[in-house]
Write a protein that binds this ligand. Structure first.
Ligand SMILES: Nc1nc2c(c(=O)[nH]1)N[C@H]1C(S)=C(S)[C@@H](COP(=O)(O)OP(=O)(O)OC[C@H]3O[C@@H](n4cnc5c(=O)[nH]c(N)nc54)[C@H](O)[C@@H]3O)O[C@H]1N2
Ligand SMILES: Nc1nc2c(c(=O)[nH]1)N[C@H]1C(S)=C(S)[C@@H](COP(=O)(O)OP(=O)(O)OC[C@H]3O[C@@H](n4cnc5c(=O)[nH]c(N)nc54)[C@H](O)[C@@H]3O)O[C@H]1N2
Ligand code: SF4
Ligand SMILES: [Mo]
Length: 738
């Protein structure tokens, strides 16, 4: 019997609506009208069900045997082995010797339970997650300026009416294709402005009068933003009334901005002064104007400051909280938003509360049934946590839920060495990712189509994920794994495995916090209501107060609302002391990029449409792999010619730290000084062998987008006409590393 269910794509934060229909032991993806995607899906979404039945799906626990091989084991043995290893590491080296690494793809329920497991069952402070690579800088900027971190403080559909959208370091044509339908209005009005050192697919949409593409040198966006703000202030285009009534701190920002006139900006960024002026004037239209950021401007050592500069620009223009205009960041992972609210971050408790705040500790400890004094304090952010693996005083045993760090973390070679030095590595996954392949124990978990749960999308909307299939083999939910381990560790408190019950607990734990889910439940979400946090539970009327009386028996049931919670933030006030947004002065570092001294090109990294993240899922889908089989590095034809490279030639990209093998892909839209590499591949094609573990001091975000590298031909091909076959790439599969 087919059992169609309305659910959402397992991949990115747009969380496109889809209808999933059971078809034998797998599921069929169908389109469904949903506001973010309006029936559209990208290629990854259409093929998402193929990952459910991949040949190397992990369907039984695996434990490394005495010969060093991962061998199938019954659950009890695998879980006992994990519990013993965790206890031993803590007995020898203290509580913080056990680390937990989570992910922004986990459901809200799993993210919540993982944070609770670390603090209550392990009592370790050492928990963090891959959102540190992703959303941390935008989050830090939002928190300090606006008092809250919700990626988009308005529904995506608000963008439909935009006349101008300034898109900084974001390539939604590849990373969220259905979002483009919401940018069509701005394009039609000639107002799409894309800031990217290369002519990305999104930058191409600005051609033929549809907008403007600015291509600053990588990592100079902060200067560009200061220049735009300079023009707004210097030309009297600021929203003075808004600044007076709704913000504070303008006087601290003005002197910094004054020093960045457009000609000086041009000298640093390469963006013509006339274009800086033109864009600033266009933004000053105010109505229908949006400023949006993506990873291109955030994944830098000054990512928080750059996001802050974008926010300052939006505040000076009076866009934030104005209906029909706005500022936001495009959250990345499926539950990148919810993943940062429920306690996976090293300094956080559920409800986006601070673990250092005594009142927050007391509230959450109350929900968990433990003494607040027993909760650990703040831990360390992801890059530092990974840097401590196997070292004296560092993490000796690590649990990984929902990340493939050996591919996706900066300085991946060192991460691999750190994982190898651990006493115990436990990876929960549904495929044998590169990280799982290094584990002592692999625990098989369920996938999206096999489980119930909730996700919170890039617009802060809480969505239901629905099960249509039974899990294969012995696969179990992460919730079940955590409950079994908690029991073996003798943990205090309750460890439910039913997602709806975990959600109710999460809602209670979040009550009164910034990200308040207390008015939500699976049952309410199942009505199809559009639910945006904060969504506090309605206060119960006092006994005897009007409305407290029991409803008459024949009274009609109250109608289910279409919308609950807060679709639009900041319309009246900002959740900060005094209710005002804060302009924070930020200055460019004008620093040298990291990487190889003397390296001649700046490497920026990012994404391809066909692959998702570390590629653990999409490299297992034949259609996607056929479309993008090998690591290709984008180079300007003139740069390539200078280096002796032609389209398709193999090349080496190197730093002092490592080298990777890539195929040359010529693109005349990229800056002459820049090379672009995606990070979706592994082995000798793992781009993060080149990146450095240097981070933004405020957010802990690594510098993924600015590394000095050297590019050289690999085995320079014989250019003589007699040997053409040497240059012609044959079947790509033959060239893949084993
Ligand atoms: N197909 C696909 N879609 C995805 C994902 C995926 O892996 N694959 N991942 C999801 C996730 S988790 C995320 S976080 C989002 C990310 O979504 P995006 O932010 O759109 O993705 P990126 O490709 O990392 O970076 C965007 C652009 O930044 C540019 N860039 C690099 N350096 C700089 C710079 O210094 N300044 C400026 N202005 N631009 C720069 C790059 O050239 C690139 O075109 O995508 C989500 N969607
Ligand atoms: N050079 C460079 N590096 C980057 C970036 C960049 O732009 N450039 N971007 C960074 C960003 S923004 C991000 S978000 C990271 C992402 O990089 P990763 O954190 O590696 O993300 P994924 O590849 O999605 O890995 C998720 C893993 O968890 C598994 N998984 C999925 N769902 C579940 C679940 O419910 N439970 C469990 N237990 N496992 C699950 C998947 O099979 C997969 O193996 O990469 C970062 N790395
Ligand atoms: S845009 Fe994102 S959510 Fe939509 S189908 Fe593609 S990967 Fe899935
Ligand atoms: Mo991300």
């Amino acid at each position: 019997m087919p059992s169609p269910q309305d659910t959402h794509c397992p991949y990115c934060a747009l969380q496109c609506g889809m209808r999933l229909t059971r078809s034998g032991s797998t599921a069929q993806v169908g389109a469904r009208d949903f506001p973010t995607n309006r029936g559209g899906l990208c290629r990854k979404g259409w093929t998402a069900a193929e990952v459910l039945t991949v040949g190397d799906r992990v369907t039984t626990p695996l434990v490394r045997d005495q010969h060093g091989a991962l061998a199938p084991a019954p659950w009890d043995r695998a879980l006992d082995r994990v519990a013993e290893g965790l206890v031993a590491a803590q007995a020898r080296h203290g509580r913080d010797a056990v680390g937990v690494f989570g992910g922004g793809g986990l459901t809200n329920e799993k993210a919540y339970q993982l944070g609770k497991f670390a603090r209550v069952a392990l009592r370790t402070s050492r928990i963090d997650y891959n959102g540190r690579f992703c959303m941390a800088s935008a989050a830090a900027a939002g928190n300090r300026a606006l008092g809250v971190d919700r990626g988009l403080p308005f529904p995506v559909t608000d963008l439909d009416e935009a006349s101008t959208v300034l898109l900084l370091g974001s390539n939604p044509a590849a990373t969220m294709p259905p979002l483009l339908s919401h940018l069509q209005g701005a394009r039609d009005r000639g107002g799409l402005v894309v800031v990217d050192p290369r002519r990305s697919q999104t930058a191409r949409l600005t051609e033929q009068g549809a907008g403007l593409h600015l291509a600053p040198a990588p990592g100079t966006d902060l200067v560009l933003l200061l220049g735009l703000t300079h023009v707004v202030l210097a030309e009297g285009l600021a929203d003075e009334a808004y600044l007076r009534e709704r913000t504070e701190g303008l006087e601290t920002v003005r002197p910094v901005v004054n020093a960045w006139w457009p000609e000086r900006v041009q000298a640093v960024t390469g963006v013509p002064a006339a274009e800086v002026r033109r864009v600033a004037r266009r933004l000053a239209a105010r109505d229908g104007v949006y400023v949006l950021t993506g990873r291109g401007v955030e994944q830098h050592v000054d990512g928080t400051d750059t996001a802050t500069a974008a926010l300052n620009l939006a505040l000076v223009l009076g866009l934030v909280g104005r209906v029909g205009s706005g500022y936001g960041t495009l959250t990345g992972q499926g539950n990148g938003q919810g993943g940062r609210e429920h306690g996976q971050k090293c300094d956080q408790l559920p409800g986006y509360r601070s673990i250092s705040d005594p009142a927050a500790r007391e509230h959450v400890a109350g929900v968990w049934g433990v003494d607040p004094a027993d909760l650990p304090g703040p831990g360390v952010p992801a890059v530092e946590l990974l840097g401590s693996l196997g070292r004296p005083g560092g993490v000796r045993a690590l649990l990984v839920h929902g990340s493939n760090v050996v591919v996706s973390a900066p300085a991946a070679g060192e991460v691999r060495a750190g994982l190898a030095a651990l006493d115990l590595l436990v990876v929960c996954d549904f495929v044998l990712s590169e990280t799982a392949q290094l584990a002592d124990v692999v625990l098989p978990v369920t996938q999206w189509a096999e489980e119930e749960g909730t996700m919170t999308s890039l617009e802060g909307r809480v969505l239901r994920r629905r099960a249509v299939l039974e899990p294969p083999g012995l696969a179990r939910s992460d919730l079940w794994v955590l409950a079994e381990l908690a029991a073996r560790l003798g943990a205090a408190g309750a460890w439910p495995t039913e997602p709806a019950i975990v959600f109710d607990e999460l809602a209670r734990a979040s009550a009164g916090g910034v990200a308040d889910y207390s008015g939500l439940s699976h049952a309410l979400l199942d009505t199809g209501v559009a639910a945006y946090w904060p969504c506090p539970a309605p206060a119960a009327p006092a006994p005897g107060a009007p409305g407290a009386a029991a409803p008459a028996p024949d009274a009609p049931a109250p109608a289910t609302p279409a919308v609950v919670g807060t679709p639009r933030l900041f319309t009246d006030t900002f959740p900060r002391p005094g209710g005002r947004a804060r302009l924070v002065p930020v200055r460019p570092l004008l620093r040298e990029p990291v990487g190889q001294r003397g390296g001649e090109l700046t490497m920026v990294t990012g994404r391809l449409l066909e692959h998702y993240q570390s590629g653990a899922q999409t490299r297992r889908v034949p259609e996607l792999m056929a479309a993008q089989p090998v690591l290709a590095a984008e180079l300007h034809p003139a740069t390539a010619a200078r280096l002796g490279l032609r389209d398709g030639d193999p090349m080496l990209v190197s730093t002092d730290r490592g080298r990777v093998r890539a195929r040359t892909r010529l693109d005349e839209g990229i800056r002459l000084d820049t090379v672009f590499l995606p990070f979706h591949y592994s082995g000798p094609e793992c781009t993060n062998l080149l990146t450095e573990a240097v981070t933004d001091p405020v957010s802990g975000m690594p510098e993924f987008k600015r590394t000095l590298v050297t590019v050289s031909p690999l085995d320079p091909p014989d250019r003589t006409p007699s040997a053409p076959a040497d240059r012609t790439p044959s079947a790509p599969a033959e060239e893949r590393p084993s």
